[in-house]
Design a protein around this ligand. Structure first.
Ligand code: SF4
Ligand code: SF4
Length: 129
């Protein structure tokens, strides 16, 4: 009798799994809805950033790079393929300029293609000349 109960439970679970709502999505073909507060790709509020480099120094994965020409002329680059989504840069920034979004950069076989220039004053200065 016990074996019959077990089989019935198994059968019920099987029917539930086949008829219920899907627990997974076919990412990246289907858009992945991540909860608010999820540590996804980072974004920068350019107005708040002063190019101090604290986020770069604190990043354990070399996910950020700061190229500085002078105190106010710099370029801040984000490398999502290296990023560990740890939140350390967000914590390190005393200006609250850097924050996580709840989006992922998308999967790729070409890490170079998803590099993000967060702020580039070097280019801005060159175009002003
Ligand atoms: S994001 Fe914040 S910590 Fe990073 S360079 Fe800008 S101001 Fe400094
Ligand atoms: S989330 Fe972590 S690994 Fe990614 S850039 Fe920030 S400090 Fe680096």
């Amino acid at each position: 009798m016990q074996w019959l109960k077990k089989r019935m439970r198994l059968l019920l679970a099987l029917v539930e799994a086949l008829t219920g709502e899907a627990e997974t999505v076919s990412y990246p073909k289907t858009e992945l809805e991540l909860p608010k507060g999820y540590r996804g790709a980072i974004q920068l509020d350019e107005e708040k950033c002063i190019g101090c480099g604290l986020c770069v120094m604190d990043c354990p994965a070399h996910g950020l790079e700061l190229e500085k020409e002078s105190k106010s002329v710099y370029k801040l680059t984000y490398y999502p393929a290296r990023c560990a989504y740890c939140g350390q840069c967000e914590r390190a920034c005393h200006r609250q300029a850097i924050t996580h979004t709840n989006q992922l950069p998308g999967s790729t076989t070409d890490p170079e293609s998803i590099i993000v220039i967060l702020k580039d004053q070097k280019e801005q200065e060159d175009s002003d000349e």
